[in-house]
Write a protein that binds this ligand. Structure first.
Ligand code: T46
Length: 142
Protein backbone atom coordinates (compact mmCIF):
# COMPACT_ATOMS: atom_id res chain seq x y z
CA UNK A 1 0.00 0.00 0.00
CA UNK A 2 1.06 3.64 -0.45
CA UNK A 3 3.81 4.84 1.93
CA UNK A 4 4.22 1.36 3.46
CA UNK A 5 6.61 -1.40 2.45
CA UNK A 6 8.36 -4.42 3.88
CA UNK A 7 12.14 -4.46 3.78
CA UNK A 8 14.41 -7.49 4.01
CA UNK A 9 17.78 -7.13 5.68
CA UNK A 10 20.61 -9.64 5.43
CA UNK A 11 20.61 -12.41 8.06
CA UNK A 12 24.13 -13.76 8.33
CA UNK A 13 24.56 -17.22 9.80
CA UNK A 14 27.49 -19.53 10.36
CA UNK A 15 27.09 -22.04 7.50
CA UNK A 16 28.52 -24.84 9.67
CA UNK A 17 26.26 -24.45 12.69
CA UNK A 18 23.61 -21.79 12.16
CA UNK A 19 21.35 -23.20 14.86
CA UNK A 20 24.05 -23.03 17.54
CA UNK A 21 25.59 -19.65 16.73
CA UNK A 22 22.43 -17.80 15.73
CA UNK A 23 22.48 -14.94 13.24
CA UNK A 24 23.62 -11.37 12.70
CA UNK A 25 21.65 -8.63 10.94
CA UNK A 26 23.67 -5.63 9.75
CA UNK A 27 21.76 -2.41 9.00
CA UNK A 28 23.77 0.36 7.38
CA UNK A 29 22.49 3.95 7.43
CA UNK A 30 22.18 5.33 3.91
CA UNK A 31 22.54 1.89 2.32
CA UNK A 32 19.65 0.06 3.97
CA UNK A 33 17.48 2.86 5.37
CA UNK A 34 15.86 5.35 2.97
CA UNK A 35 16.38 8.37 5.24
CA UNK A 36 18.95 9.80 7.60
CA UNK A 37 18.37 8.23 11.03
CA UNK A 38 17.83 10.99 13.60
CA UNK A 39 16.33 8.94 16.41
CA UNK A 40 16.08 5.37 17.63
CA UNK A 41 13.66 4.14 20.26
CA UNK A 42 12.51 0.78 21.53
CA UNK A 43 9.19 -0.43 22.88
CA UNK A 44 9.20 -3.41 25.23
CA UNK A 45 7.45 -4.94 28.22
CA UNK A 46 4.06 -5.19 26.53
CA UNK A 47 1.53 -7.56 28.10
CA UNK A 48 -0.72 -9.80 26.00
CA UNK A 49 -3.75 -7.75 24.98
CA UNK A 50 -1.87 -4.44 24.96
CA UNK A 51 -2.46 -2.25 21.92
CA UNK A 52 -0.41 0.87 21.21
CA UNK A 53 -0.17 3.49 18.53
CA UNK A 54 -3.57 4.83 17.37
CA UNK A 55 -2.00 7.72 15.51
CA UNK A 56 -0.38 8.92 12.32
CA UNK A 57 2.45 11.29 11.54
CA UNK A 58 2.29 14.11 9.01
CA UNK A 59 5.93 14.01 7.92
CA UNK A 60 7.84 11.37 9.83
CA UNK A 61 9.32 8.30 8.14
CA UNK A 62 10.14 5.26 10.25
CA UNK A 63 11.35 1.68 9.96
CA UNK A 64 9.97 -0.73 12.56
CA UNK A 65 11.90 -3.89 13.40
CA UNK A 66 10.96 -6.65 15.87
CA UNK A 67 14.27 -7.35 17.60
CA UNK A 68 12.74 -10.28 19.45
CA UNK A 69 9.40 -12.10 19.43
CA UNK A 70 6.59 -11.11 17.13
CA UNK A 71 4.40 -8.03 16.84
CA UNK A 72 1.47 -7.26 14.57
CA UNK A 73 1.11 -3.84 13.01
CA UNK A 74 -2.10 -2.52 11.51
CA UNK A 75 -1.35 0.12 8.87
CA UNK A 76 -4.29 2.00 7.54
CA UNK A 77 -5.43 4.93 5.40
CA UNK A 78 -9.01 5.97 4.55
CA UNK A 79 -8.61 3.87 1.39
CA UNK A 80 -6.77 0.69 2.38
CA UNK A 81 -5.48 -1.27 5.34
CA UNK A 82 -3.21 -4.20 6.06
CA UNK A 83 -1.96 -6.19 9.05
CA UNK A 84 1.73 -7.02 8.94
CA UNK A 85 3.51 -9.43 11.30
CA UNK A 86 7.05 -8.51 12.28
CA UNK A 87 8.74 -11.65 13.56
CA UNK A 88 12.40 -11.39 12.57
CA UNK A 89 15.16 -8.84 13.13
CA UNK A 90 15.87 -9.22 9.40
CA UNK A 91 12.48 -7.75 8.51
CA UNK A 92 11.74 -4.01 8.55
CA UNK A 93 8.45 -2.23 8.04
CA UNK A 94 8.85 1.17 6.39
CA UNK A 95 6.02 3.56 7.30
CA UNK A 96 5.96 6.93 5.59
CA UNK A 97 3.77 9.96 6.22
CA UNK A 98 0.02 9.90 6.85
CA UNK A 99 -0.34 6.23 7.79
CA UNK A 100 -2.49 5.32 10.79
CA UNK A 101 -0.78 2.58 12.84
CA UNK A 102 -1.70 0.29 15.73
CA UNK A 103 0.62 -2.29 17.28
CA UNK A 104 -0.86 -5.39 18.94
CA UNK A 105 -0.52 -9.16 19.58
CA UNK A 106 2.88 -8.74 21.19
CA UNK A 107 4.45 -12.09 21.99
CA UNK A 108 6.04 -12.44 25.46
CA UNK A 109 9.34 -10.54 25.72
CA UNK A 110 8.96 -8.98 22.29
CA UNK A 111 10.88 -5.78 21.60
CA UNK A 112 10.16 -3.33 18.82
CA UNK A 113 12.95 -1.05 17.61
CA UNK A 114 12.07 2.02 15.57
CA UNK A 115 14.44 4.04 13.37
CA UNK A 116 13.05 7.52 12.74
CA UNK A 117 13.85 10.29 10.25
CA UNK A 118 13.24 13.15 12.70
CA UNK A 119 13.70 14.12 16.33
CA UNK A 120 10.66 13.65 18.56
CA UNK A 121 8.01 16.27 17.82
CA UNK A 122 4.55 15.90 19.34
CA UNK A 123 3.29 18.49 16.81
CA UNK A 124 3.78 15.98 13.98
CA UNK A 125 1.29 13.48 15.50
CA UNK A 126 -2.34 13.10 14.45
CA UNK A 127 -3.72 11.27 17.48
CA UNK A 128 -7.44 11.43 16.70
CA UNK A 129 -8.87 9.39 13.89
CA UNK A 130 -11.41 11.82 12.43
CA UNK A 131 -9.06 14.78 11.88
CA UNK A 132 -6.49 12.26 10.59
CA UNK A 133 -9.01 10.85 8.13
CA UNK A 134 -9.88 14.30 6.76
CA UNK A 135 -6.21 15.18 6.18
CA UNK A 136 -5.38 11.73 4.82
CA UNK A 137 -8.24 11.79 2.28
CA UNK A 138 -6.81 14.97 0.85
CA UNK A 139 -3.19 13.75 1.04
CA UNK A 140 -3.85 10.45 -0.77
CA UNK A 141 -6.19 12.00 -3.37
CA UNK A 142 -3.44 14.27 -4.76
C1 T46 B 1 5.08 5.35 16.40
C2 T46 B 1 4.95 4.04 17.08
C3 T46 B 1 5.45 2.89 16.25
C4 T46 B 1 9.12 10.58 23.66
O1 T46 B 1 9.29 11.35 24.62
N1 T46 B 1 10.08 10.47 22.71
C5 T46 B 1 9.95 9.63 21.64
O2 T46 B 1 10.86 9.56 20.80
C6 T46 B 1 8.75 8.87 21.53
C7 T46 B 1 8.54 7.91 20.34
C8 T46 B 1 7.79 8.98 22.50
N2 T46 B 1 7.98 9.82 23.55
C9 T46 B 1 6.96 9.90 24.60
C10 T46 B 1 5.61 10.45 24.16
C11 T46 B 1 4.65 9.77 25.09
O3 T46 B 1 4.56 10.51 26.29
O4 T46 B 1 6.68 8.57 25.06
C12 T46 B 1 5.32 8.43 25.39
C13 T46 B 1 4.70 7.25 24.65
O5 T46 B 1 4.60 7.58 23.26
P1 T46 B 1 3.38 7.06 22.37
O6 T46 B 1 2.15 6.97 23.18
O7 T46 B 1 3.34 7.92 21.15
O8 T46 B 1 3.89 5.59 22.02
P2 T46 B 1 3.26 4.58 20.94
O9 T46 B 1 3.84 3.26 21.24
O10 T46 B 1 1.79 4.69 20.85
O11 T46 B 1 3.87 5.11 19.52
C14 T46 B 1 5.25 5.08 19.26
C15 T46 B 1 5.71 6.38 18.61
O12 T46 B 1 5.32 7.49 19.42
C16 T46 B 1 5.13 6.58 17.22
O13 T46 B 1 5.86 7.60 16.56
O14 T46 B 1 5.01 5.43 15.18
O15 T46 B 1 5.55 3.99 18.37
Amino acid sequence: MKNVRLMDFRYIQDPDDAEFYGGLVPIEGARDIPFEIKRIYTISGMQPGARRGYHSHRDLEQVLIALGGSIKILVKTPFEEEVITLDSPAKGLYIGPMIWREMFDFSPNSTLMVLASKYYNEGDYLREYEPYEREAREYFSK
